[in-house]
Design a protein around this ligand. Sequence first.
Ligand SMILES: Nc1ncnc2c1ncn2[C@@H]1O[C@H](COP(=O)(O)OP(=O)(O)O)[C@@H](O)[C@H]1O
Ligand SMILES: [Mg+2]
Length: 199
Amino acid sequence: MRAMARIAAPGGEPVPLELEDRQSRTNRLPRKPPHVIAIYPGSFDPITNGHLDLIQRGSRMFDRLIVSILRNDTKEPLFSVEERTEMLDEVLHVYPNVEVDSFDGLLVDHAAAHSATVLLRGIRAISDYEYELQMALMNRRLSPRIETVFMMAHETYSFISSRLVKEVFSLGGNITGLVPPSVESRLHARLSTTKMKGA
Ligand SMILES: Nc1ncnc2c1ncn2[C@@H]1O[C@H](COP(=O)(O)OP(=O)(O)O)[C@@H](O)[C@H]1O
Ligand SMILES: [Mg+2]
């Protein structure tokens, strides 16, 4: 049986709260827009096949999907925002409804500037969950009209992170199949010029 919170109306039958809540919430939140625009934010330093899988699946759920690189130098990225933009463009130009952008400042402001109503994030393991939940709740507090949607990582890619790919690659390990071939070439080129850093 479904649980339902009830209060006693003055001198009468208890009023089901659930219905009231649902109606007032429906009135407060905007209806579904005709075109749903989603932002997939992240570092993408570099894009992996795990990110790519999420983007492919997301592109089938939303009318437009904007993959947005966070401009955050405190993470000491291996690739500049410009290089990461190029790498994303190389891989994503085949998806007509996927675009690449970058942002700094509040993610909800970036989403609002694009009229996006969805933030897409991926969950690989329980270890991702705590941080992602915190971010989603903070973003909801900042902007209740924007909903965070989580997609579970594909089992084939759930162990992949940009950090681990860089680490394994810098130690001479084989990363074929973990990142798109164009990204692998970029890593080869970068390794020959600089010492690899973590992120
Ligand atoms: N292999 C993967 N499969 C599915 N989702 C992933 C994978 N790797 C990262 N993600 C998700 O993609 C998003 C962006 O990740 P990342 O590029 O590391 O940026 P951030 O710095 O925001 O963590 C996060 O929600 C992360 O959980
Ligand atoms: Mg990460």
